[in-house]
Design a protein around this ligand. Structure first.
Ligand SMILES: [Zn+2]
Length: 280
């Protein structure tokens, strides 16, 4: 399964950006709803989660406890250490969320699986509830979005993509009971979720490296170099192949990255047709 493990081109060392891979873990909320004379109590992730049972959304007033962010792991690209912070450490939930704010404030680019659709919007709300301002602007590279736009794989979970694309993948799975035991103070559960969370970081960074040559619509990494020929995907110097890239009307010089295999086109247009079809 790991036959393709070596195809994980790294960001060029000339890229002068602070890049971080980050992943959060959450526990579900708790609600109590009166329904047809019965009291229904239980966990929810989403206020629509009980619709099949109660036929409506859970009302905000029925929420006893909201779902919350309980821990996170992150690693600065190029470093070995995976950092971890959790609400069960000194500083509690506030302290741990403030540490994550510092990470976001410091980074230029944040990588994560579902990071744009999940982790960062959730964190933005968490930080706002603490009264923190928005961290300085940074770009998010969401490996879920990258995979969805590049391929049409039946499953786009981190685990399945990592396994099928032959990159390092984690072993454990998220378990609500373990997460709940962890926040209740169970040391073994805390160690297990920490392990799982750290494993996710290694898998997400490896997946991003693996997806690199297929990634479109990610920030141009050449922005953090002085190199005009920098590869958009990894920042290495691209070479002109002598071939031509054709758009519908215009053509460009074809550039190729020897580090990651990405293709790009030069900014100068080659001589193009002077007449185009009229619109219908
Ligand atoms: Zn490249």
């Amino acid at each position: 399964m790991n036959r393709l493990k070596h195809i994980q081109p790294r960001i060029a060392p000339t890229v002068n950006a602070r890049v971080v891979t980050l992943d959060i873990e959450r526990i579900p909320g708790h609600a109590r709803v009166k329904h047809r004379g019965l009291t229904i109590e239980g966990e929810f992730w989403d206020l629509n989660g009980w619709k099949h049972t109660i036929g409506r959304r859970i009302h905000a007033d029925d929420v006893l406890e909201w779902p919350r962010t309980i821990c996170a792991a992150w690693r600065w690209y190029g470093e070995d250490e995976v950092h971890f912070a959790a609400e069960w450490e000194v500083g509690g939930n506030d302290g741990f969320l403030r540490r994550l704010w510092e990470v976001a404030d410091e980074c230029d680019i944040a990588i994560g699986h579902h990071a744009a659709g999940f982790d960062f919007p959730i964190l933005a709300g968490d930080w706002a509830m603490l009264g923190l301002p928005a961290p300085s602007p940074f770009k998010i590279i969401d490996t879920l979005k990258v995979a969805r736009s590049a391929f049409s794989m039946p499953s786009n979970t981190l685990d399945s993509l990592a396994k099928r694309l032959g990159v390092e993948s984690k072993s454990d799975k998220y378990d609500v009971r373990v997460a709940q035991a962890a926040v209740a103070g169970d040391k073994d559960a805390q160690a297990r979720i920490e392990d799982y969370n750290r494993g996710d970081i290694i898998a997400s960074e490896a997946l991003f490296d693996r997806l690199r040559p297929y990634a479109r619509n990610i920030p141009h990494l050449g922005m953090w170099t002085d190199d005009e020929m920098a590869c958009p995907s990894c920042g290495s110097t691209m070479t002109a192949t002598g071939r031509t890239v054709h758009a519908n009307v215009q053509r460009y010089e074809h550039l190729h990255c020897p580090n990651c295999g990405s293709h790009a086109r030069g900014t100068t247009r080659l001589k193009n047709p002077t007449r185009t079809r009229s619109a219908r």
